[in-house]
Design a protein around this ligand. Structure first.
Ligand code: IFM
Length: 973
């Protein structure tokens, strides 16, 4: 189930969203998830990576190729398009394992007949220029079919047209559409070949269209194939038309099955090195896998001249430009799973260094100031007026281009990360070092030496929080500039040692300075904002605290137009402390080793309510830091929001009439980071791979492959244990450390296991126990929901609301005491007699619910664990406040596994009184210290401890703090 994304109806209002959601691609091109009959109005597009064009004085943007998958079915004179005729049934799906897009549509036709149309397609991962499709038609009545299929040259453009001189023709049964881009006059060629084993075919060469007509017989299935190839003048010295012709004929000769098989083999291998398995949470699993899929279809595996645009290959939004999103949000996924692609991404920055130099010079600085919106040349595509004011329609001056100087530090961070992960220091010699020095030189020239404070400062910048432009000493920016200077010095030492000739050349290139001596001096006097000693908060930038304190809700209530921009000169957020996206918290994540848990927590709690998450880059960072401070459940909603953004389409799609939708690769990468670097707790610093998991409540375990320093490992991570298995054919070894313990070297073929210290002690205790005493609700079975429903019904009868939050207070508490709490919440008083009647009533309601219980409601792992305990000769008792315990055990068919049952009928004092557990221990004939209590409620944990028994808490560690060990459920044992 988690390998397929699908929907089973056609909703016209989801055409655009689904175009993103059902994307296929291979890094060379992206094919939007539109249906075969769609055209440019429905934003059908095949977007080409790295080919840009500028039409007139409009923005430069990527070029969309003519669409060779275009197909319309006509039945008895009527076009069968979901746009024209409401289908009787419709399914659109994406098979993630093989990256295959499918649709099946049933149309009602004459005489009550039905025509089923299926189309399946893929963008070949094996032949990067090739797309292939398989189609079928099946009618329940005889009918006349005309299929129009070919190359649709009417491409969707935001700021086009980009193709001129369009020509279509037929060559040796291949349809060809060629054109040239406007600005660079680069040729683009698309070839299509179809394989119909039936019908009469007519060719309209001028429109690159073939028409196939035939009389369909009722009950027969008609099947055909389409092959397409796309080439441009960027690909090789050869004529794109000839390449496309050759490629499409080779594809048709190989046939659909062979192409699909080769494509699937590569996908299988891609998944093998990148799939992350989550046990216990199907929704998270599906969303994470889908996020990884999105990254895989846009990865530039074969080219170091392109990187990944902010909207991937889903169209022309954001000018198809590459932002810091790549280094900070996507690179970690590739570093851990596909270092060769990570290298390509970094090489792209090396190839665009000249553009960055030009930008620095344009602003009067030294070195390299990378483009905020980078395309093929590295010149900045970002305009000075990037947003239109919705009230006046006038362009607004924004400072993304001029002031987000952190981009140069982000690039340096990325290159250094690549080097740490792979050990591939050749990248320094191949231009990486030059980039690092040029960025450091840029910052040297950008910095301001404050003679009063005697320190270097970074003034007049925009940090990640774009709502506050032109601020001084943004903590994030300063921390990254500091890192750039450090990296410049480290890179020099490495280069001098391993690549002395390259070092000598660069040293001479920069001999006029600023160079290493200046970087060192700047570093020694460089200012990075630090936590306030009292509050532990790091001020986002100078005078941030002077801004208006306002809640997010209050700020939102001031919005007049839902598309108005909240930042800029006069935006609503500009004068307040509301941030667009994670800023200080992102810095804490990048430099997690430098800050204490207390600092991270204080800043998370301070900035979280002030963050709008107006960018899809934001929520994952809050998930990461929540996991880092040991509160994964705070982070879980942020993870899910990030991981589902392209599934739900719940992100801004339009600003005014401008389409800004598309896929969100940074969020896709963020979802991976939150799951692996956050919850699974993996942190590799180039030396030691530390594993400190903090799994959300619903996750039992995570399993994933990683590649570190050229070696492959498989990680199996659960709350208390981590297993690392090294591939047999690894050539090197890596140090791993679990749960803050001593690092151990994982050699080829070896397996290491790390157990959490608390877990280790607890396991010993579990091994030695003679008696196990289980609470019922929340440990054996979840009847808590039925209690809640029964209490809620009683409260409703009494005329007040009883919420799930109220219900928390009832956990582990006796029936009569629960009633008292409930009445206290409702502000009602009753006589003892009335209360008894009410308690009886609640119980009747509850018994009605639970009389339907059966084995399937046993919590995971319960039966297995009880059997194992019996096998070991451990005595088992139930210690529960429930008066229906025996009845429930019977219903669950596990009564025979218990030696004693002490329930609410046998004791009078409620937990946290230890009576129930002492009685259970005595019934087993054991001393308290020989028994272990299994409890899910705070009061129950306290009762177990008061009885002098070790306690295993089942639930959240932050709530069950007194327990000796906290697990998510008995399945963990
Ligand atoms: O890079 C981001 C930026 O941080 C917020 N606005 C959108 C850009 C592209 O994703």
């Amino acid at each position: 189930m988690s390998w397929t994304v699908s929907e089973h109806s056609f909703e016209p209002e989801r055409i655009t969203t689904n175009g993103n959601k059902y994307m296929t691609g291979n890094g060379y091109m992206g094919c939007r998830g539109t249906l075969e009959e769609f055209g440019k109005e429905q934003l059908a597009a095949v977007t080409l990576a790295g080919l840009y064009d500028k039409a007139g004085d409009k923005w430069r943007e990527p070029v969309n190729a003519p669409n060779a998958l275009f197909t319309v079915i006509n039945c008895d004179g009527q076009d069968l398009s979901v746009l024209a005729a409401e289908p009787a049934a419709h399914t659109q799906s994406l098979e993630l394992r093989q990256a295959v897009h499918r649709r099946e549509t049933v149309f009602g036709i004459r005489d009550g007949g039905q025509l089923t149309y299926t189309a399946e397609r893929f963008v070949s991962m094996d032949q990067l220029h090739v797309l292939a499709g398989r189609f079928t038609l099946h009618s329940t009545v005889d009918c006349r079919i005309v299929i129009r299929t070919g190359i649709d040259s009417e491409v969707w453009d935001i700021n086009g047209p980009h193709l001129s001189g369009q020509q279509s023709r037929m060559r040796e049964e291949v349809l060809l559409a060629t054109a040239v881009t406007g600005e660079l006059q680069l040729p683009v060629a698309v070839a299509e070949q179809a394989d119909f084993g039936f019908g009469r075919q007519e060719i309209d060469a001028e429109r690159a269209l073939r028409t196939v007509s035939f009389d369909a017989k009722a009950g027969e299935t008609y099947e055909w194939y389409k092959y397409a190839a796309v080439f441009t003048g960027l690909d090789s010295g050869e004529e794109p038309e000839e390449c496309a012709l050759r490629a499409v004929r080779a594809a048709a000769d190989a046939g659909y099955s062979e192409l699909l098989e080769a494509h699937s083999r590569i996908w299988e291998e891609r998944w093998l090195r990148s799939d992350v398995r989550i046990e216990g949470d199907d929704k998270a699993q599906s969303a994470l896998r889908y996020s990884i899929y999105q990254l895989l279809i846009i990865a530039p595996t074969e080219s170091e001249k392109v990187s990944i645009p902010a909207r991937g290959l889903s169209g022309q939004v954001y000018k198809g430009a590459v932002f810091w999103d790549t280094e900070m949000f996507m690179l970690p996924f590739f570093l851990h799973s596909d270092p060769a692609t990570a290298r390509n991404l970094m090489m792209y920055r090396i190839h665009t260094l000249d553009g960055a130099r030009r930008k620095a010079a344009e602003y009067g600085y030294l070195g390299a100031f990378y483009a905020w919106e980078s395309q093929d040349s590295g010149d900045d595509a970002c305009t000075l007026f990037n947003v239109n004011d919705v009230f006046t329609g006038r362009p607004m001056r924004t400072y993304f281009r001029d002031k987000q100087v952190h981009i140069s530090a982000d690039v340096v961070h990325g290159i250094w990360q690549y080097l740490q992960f792979t050990g591939d220091d050749a990248i320094l010699a191949e231009g990486g070092a030059e980039v690092i020095y040029e960025c450091a030189r840029f910052f040297y020239s950008y910095a301001y030496y404050n003679p009063v404070k005697q320190r270097y400062e970074i003034l007049d910048v925009t940090g990640p929080d774009e709502y506050h432009e032109r601020v001084n000493n943004n903590a994030f920016t300063n921390a990254l500039v500091h890192e750039t200077l450090e990296i410049a010095l480290k890179a020099a030492a490495l280069l001098e040692d391993k690549y002395p000739a390259v070092y000598a050349e660069l040293a001479s290139q920069f001999s006029g300075g600023p160079f290493l001596a200046e970087f060192k001096e700047m570093l020694e006097h460089f200012y990075v904002p630090q936590p306030d000693p009292d509050t532990l908060i790091i001020e986002q930038f100078d005078r941030y605290y002077q801004l208006e304190e306002v809640t997010l809700a209050e700020l939102k209530s001031r919005i007049i137009n839902k598309h108005e921009y909240l930042g800029g000169g006069s935006g609503l957020a500009t004068t307040t402390r509301i941030l667009k996206q994670a800023d200080v918290v992102l810095m804490l994540n990048l430099f997690k080793g430098k800050f204490s848990k207390e600092v991270k927590q204080a800043n998370w709690e301070f900035y979280e309510p002030r963050t709008e998450h107006g960018s899809s880059l934001s929520p994952c960072i809050y998930a990461l830091v929540a996991a880092d401070i040991g509160s994964p459940d705070w982070g879980y909603p942020y993870f899910m929001r990030t991981a589902t953004v392209d599934l739900t389409g719940e992100a801004k799609q339009y600003v005014g009439d401008l389409y800004i939708g598309g896929t969100h690769p940074a969020a896709n990468g963020g979802a991976w980071m939150a799951a692996v670097l956050g919850f699974a707790g993996l942190h590799f610093d180039g030396g030691i791979a530390a594993l400190n998991p903090a799994l959300p409540e619903s996750w039992q375990s995570v399993e994933l492959p990683v590649r570190l320093r050229g070696s492959s490992f498989r990680l199996q991570i659960s709350r208390g244990r981590v297993t690392v298995t090294a591939a047999e054919d690894n050539s090197g070894a890596v140090l791993f450390a679990g749960f803050g313990g001593e690092p151990e070297l994982c050699r080829p073929g070896a397996q290491l296991q790390f157990t959490a210290p608390a877990r280790e002690a607890a396991e010993q205790m579990l091994n030695n126990m003679k008696g196990a005493i289980f609470d019922l609700d929340g440990v054996i079975v979840d009847t808590a929901k039925y209690h809640y429903l029964a209490w809620r019904a009683l409260a409703a009868e009494l005329g007040f609301e009883f919420t799930e939050a109220h219900n928390e207070r009832l956990k582990g508490v006796s029936r009569m005491r629960s009633l008292d709490i409930l009445l206290e919440i409702g502000g009602r008083e009753f006589s003892d007699e009335e209360k008894h009647a009410m308690a009886e009533k609640k119980n009747r309601l509850y018994v009605e619910y639970i009389s339907r219980l059966d084995q399937s409601e046993l919590l995971p792992g319960v039966k297995d664990y009880l059997h194992r305990l019996r096998g070991r000769g451990v005595a088992i008792a139930l210690g529960s406040a429930s008066k229906n315990a025996e009845f429930i055990l019977d219903k669950l068919n596990i009564a025979g596994l218990f030696d004693a049952v002490i329930d609410g009928n046998k004791v009078s004092r409620a937990k946290p009184d230890p009576e129930v557990f002492l009685a259970a221990g005595a019934a087993l004939g054991l001393q308290p210290q020989d028994c272990i209590v299994f409890e899910d409620a705070e009061a129950g944990v306290a009762a177990g401890k008061a009885a002098g028994m070790p306690v295993v808490g089942i639930g959240k560690p932050e709530i069950l703090q007194e327990a000796d060990l906290v697990i998510a459920g008995l399945h963990e044992l």
